[in-house]
Design a protein around this ligand. Structure first.
Ligand code: PA5
Length: 452
């Protein structure tokens, strides 16, 4: 179970920079409405992440396609996907390196990701793999994201030159009914999996887009989904403030943003295996909440590493941050320190290395509190599939609740479209959907570049 400690946000701990427990509770009425609205969206199938976690047909499809594709002479899965279409799987891959994880697949599949289009990086990746023994998996809800489609054209050409039978090395994971890649898959009899219509990219950690690569890398996807389902049901059975971390977490971030001008939120993870979690969480947070001139800015950090990088700023810089520490009860492996003969380090004698790490975190928490800087702590039992399922669901629901509190739609991302439209124009695409941007571009083009 995930444990929360909110002590250092209270004004009894950090005086005028803190809040009273009663202030959190005063949001109860609003939160009950938020919950009702989320339930309505769920019932009307407008949002799908609540129910996709128990979609057994989807899980069976993932396993069936995996068994089929990997029954051949394949040793690599190469995943192309942007933003929410790859960050979830990258998070799980990194996290599971730190956990004891039985391999589900009969053989080891090397899973690699291409979440950018730096040509040199991609070329070097291609040089490292045996193309014929690789399944190239294109994950794109819209089935038309430019970075993914561009890489598809490259792969298609390479494979066509290499062998006539390249279609067996392709897999598309997209919305069932729309987009270029899906149409290509349908027309050419290429393997495809569906991403539910009502689950957007950053909530898609519970869809085939994440679960297929996760299954290929050996993660027990049933256990992962079980963790998410059990967390969902546990939270739904509780009143909003009945020991309900989702609603408390959303309320705390909301109150510190609105009332205490804490414009920066720092998910500070004390585990190397949660580094990619913090990138996933940043995207979920930023793309869901940053609209209509609102939202704190998420800035991930890793402890203890970043204690020697950003901590000075967090300790004595502007009073504009709220820190959320994430750590583990059990780090899996450990070392016992034995500084025999080095008297000045006697206090370390017999200590586990994980104790040093946790005490560093607690030291930072205390120092922040003494300087009236708010923080809270979230502790996972350990890293395994079940707890990662719980953690993922908790973050998605908390972000959805926070979005509702901020009175924005946490499920769209209108802001990222504009830049794409200009890029299309710059590359020569021009149709009526780009007419406004075309005018805007003309105006800016009239201003000469200011270069030195
Ligand atoms: O969270 C989101 O919706 C985005 O980050 C998308 O995942 C990203 O833009 C990629 O889109 P698509 O999956 O349509 O290729």
């Amino acid at each position: 179970m995930i444990e929360f400690n909110f002590k250092y946000i209270l004004n009894s701990a950090i005086f005028e920079n803190g809040i009273e427990e009663a202030e959190i509770r005063s949001l109860e009425h609003e939160l009950v409405t938020v919950r009702r609205n989320l339930n309505d969206l769920r019932r009307d199938e407008e949002i799908g992440f609540y129910d996709e976690i128990s979609n057994m047909a989807m899980v069976n499809d993932v396993k069936e396609i995996a068994e089929k594709l990997f029954s051949k002479d394949i040793n690599t899965l190469y995943v192309f996907g942007m933003g929410g279409s790859s960050l979830g799987a990258i998070f799980l891959k990194e996290a599971m390196k730190g956990a004891a994880c039985e391999k589900r697949m009969g053989k080891k599949i090397n899973v690699i990701f291409s979440e950018n289009i730096d040509p040199c990086y991609i070329k070097k990746n291609f040089d490292r793999i045996d193309m014929k023994k690789t399944v190239f998996c294109f994950v794109s809800k819209s089935a038309s994201t430019i970075e993914v489609v561009s890489q598809f054209f490259i792969i298609k050409e390479i494979l066509e030159k290499m062998s006539g039978n390249y279609k067996d090395n392709l897999l598309f994971i997209t919305d069932k009914n729309s987009g270029f890649l899906r149409q290509y898959a349908d027309e050419n009899g290429i393997a495809a999996l569906d991403i539910a219509k009502n689950v957007g990219g950053r909530y898609s950690i519970v869809t085939a887009g994440t679960l297929f690569p996760a299954y290929a890398m050996g993660l027990d996807i049933d256990k992962f989904l079980h963790g998410a389902v059990s967390y969902r049901d546990d939270m739904l059975n509780k009143a909003v403030f009945e020991n309900n971390p989702v609603y408390t977490l959303a309320s705390v971030i909301y109150l510190f943003y609105k009332k205490k001008h804490r414009n920066i939120f720092i998910p500070f993870v004390y585990s190397d295996y949660l580094k990619e979690f913090s990138r996933w969480f940043r995207q979920l947070f930023a793309e869901s909440l940053g609209k209509e001139l609102t939202s704190p800015t998420p800035v991930p950090a890793v402890g203890a590493t970043d204690q020697h990088s950003q901590l000075q700023l967090y300790m004595q810089g502007p009073q504009d941050k709220l820190i959320g520490f994430f750590c583990l009860k059990d780090y899996g492996e450990d070392f016992t320190l034995n500084p025999d003969g080095f008297e000045e380090f006697n206090y370390l004698n017999g200590k586990k290395l994980s104790e040093v790490l946790i005490n560093e975190l607690k030291g930072v928490e205390l120092a922040l509190a003494i300087d009236k800087r708010p923080s809270f702590r979230i502790t996972l039992d350990k890293i395994d599939e079940f707890s990662l399922g719980e953690l993922s669901f908790m973050c998605m629901e908390a972000v959805a609740v926070l979005g509702m509190l901020l009175k924005i739609n946490p499920f769209d991302q209108p802001g990222v479209e504009k830049g794409k439209k200009f890029a299309y124009l710059l590359m020569g695409k021009n149709d009526e959907t780009l007419s406004r941007e075309s005018e805007e571009l003309k105006r800016l083009d009239e201003i000469p570049d200011l270069t030195y």
